[in-house]
Each structure stands twice: as C-alpha cells, then as structure tokens.
Write a protein that binds this ligand. Structure first.
Ligand code: C5P
Length: 234
C-alpha cells in the first residue's frame, strides 16, 4: 500500500533544538528540500509562534506537535489557534476521550489542517500502562483508540513502525499515517529501538516519515535528505 505523496513531501524533519538560532540553521540548510518541519514543545516554548512563519517562508509546511490533552473546551480553542497560525498538522492525545476528540474536530472548522491522533506513547510498556490503571495491553489500547479516532472523524494517526502493519490491516487506507522511528541503513539507531528504513516504512503503508537525527545530526544535512529522497524514489 503506497500513497501518492511525492518522496520529498513525505519527509518531516523534527526541529528538536533548544533555540530559534539552531532551528534557523536547519531551516536554511534544508528548507524547501523537505515537505515539513515538526515543531514540538521545546522549540515552541523557546521560539514562539514566529518560528512557524519562518518555516513557512522557507517553503516547508509545519507539523505542530504539542499533543493537546485537556478538557474539551480548551482543546477546541487550542485547535482554533493552531488553525489561525496556519499549521498543516497537529497532534492530540486520543486518550483525552471522545468529547475532547470531538471538540478538536469542531475547532478545526473548515480548515484543511490534519488532526493526528496519538494512541499510546511508544515510551509506555504494558507494565507502565498497568501502573496507571489500564487493564489493556499496549496493542489493544492502540487499536481501541484508533477505533475512537475513526468514530469521531479524526483521519490521521501517529504510529510506531511496529503498530503500522496492524493498523493498516484493521483500518485499510482510512488513516493518514505519520511514522517516527525511521533509520536509513547508513545511520545510527541512537535511542530508537525498533526502526524501519524509509523504504520499508513506505512499503508498510506510511504516508509521512518523521526523520530526525539521521538528517539533523549529519555533518551535511542537505546530502542526507537527498540520499533519503533518492532511496525512496529508487
Ligand atoms: O531523531 P529521531 O529520528 O529519533 O526523531 C524522531 C522524532 O519523532 C522526535 O521528535 C521524537 O520525539 C518523535 N517521536 C518518536 N517516537 C514516537 C513519537 C514521536 O520518536 N513514538
């Protein structure tokens, strides 16, 4: 199962840096060469919404990864603000419940923003879930929350490489799938344990690939991006 998105546009680079200056360097090096930059808590708190405009000016789109999880009214308003900022993707925790997820969809209004549901954080094991009162396994919880996403009209999911196949089997092409934990054969795994190469992830049904350190920690980020695009197109 392969989506029709061009190789370059499938690549999302997380700007996991502490300050605007470091983000600018990366945007300057590879802006326009990748589809998206991901802005998470660290950079958004340090640099504020202005960083979103800088990314857009570089020709790339913005994935705002702040993982909203709050009462429905607050999440609706947060989604409204993200839409006004002009970002293209954002994340919410599906575990915030049906009403909260519905409120996020209401907050989107007529905007084309893609709301991505986070199921279970990959840092959590079955034991860690049990510790906070869940009686389900990670795998069952992921599928249950994906069902909830389907029912409230959330059409995107962030999933780990090991969940991708099960989700595609159960839901077909219903969801746009954004997959982190990607490592080309020539890069270091770092702290990512179960990884897929860009090609493997796309073949397994990924629509977008979040690829950080293989690009951002490379001495030559431009060449690293080009190598990944060439591998995806070959
Ligand atoms: O550098 P690396 O490619 O590991 O970066 C992956 C990015 O995706 C980071 O921003 C990380 O926080 C994020 N992420 C992840 N695993 C998840 C969800 C998000 O690595 N399950």
């Amino acid at each position: 199962m392969q989506s029709s998105i061009a190789a370059k546009d499938k690549i999302i680079v997380p700007l996991d840096v502490p300050a605007k200056s470091a983000a600018r360097e990366l945007i300057k090096a590879i802006g326009g060469k990748v589809g998206f930059f991901k802005v998470g808590d660290q950079l958004f708190i340090a640099a504020g919404p202005a960083i979103v405009e800088e990314i857009q000016a570089s020709g790339a789109r913005v994935f705002l990864d702040l993982k909203f999880h709050d009462i429905p009214n607050t999440v609706r308003r947060a989604v409204e603000s993200a839409c006004a900022l002009g970002v293209d993707m954002l994340t919410i925790h599906l575990s915030g419940g049906r009403e909260m997820c519905e409120a996020a969809v209401v907050g989107r209004g007529i905007s084309k923003i893609l709301i991505l549901g986070v199921t279970v954080l990959t840092s959590l094991s079955d034991e860690a879930l049990a510790e906070v009162g869940f009686r389900t396994s990670v795998q069952d919880e992921v599928l249950l929350l994906a069902d909830l996403a389907k029912h409230v009209g959330i059409t995107g999911l962030v999933a780990s490489p090991q969940e991708l196949v099960a989700l595609r089997e159960r839901f077909g092409s219903l969801f746009t799938m954004v997959i982190p934990g990607i490592r080309p054969t020539w890069s270091e795994a770092g702290d990512q344990k179960r990884t897929l190469t860009p090609r493997q992830a796309v073949d397994a049904g990924a629509d977008y690939l979040v690829i950080g350190r293989p690009i951002t920690a490379s001495p030559d980020p431009q060449s690293a991006v080009q190598r990944i695009i060439d591998e995806l197109e070959s």
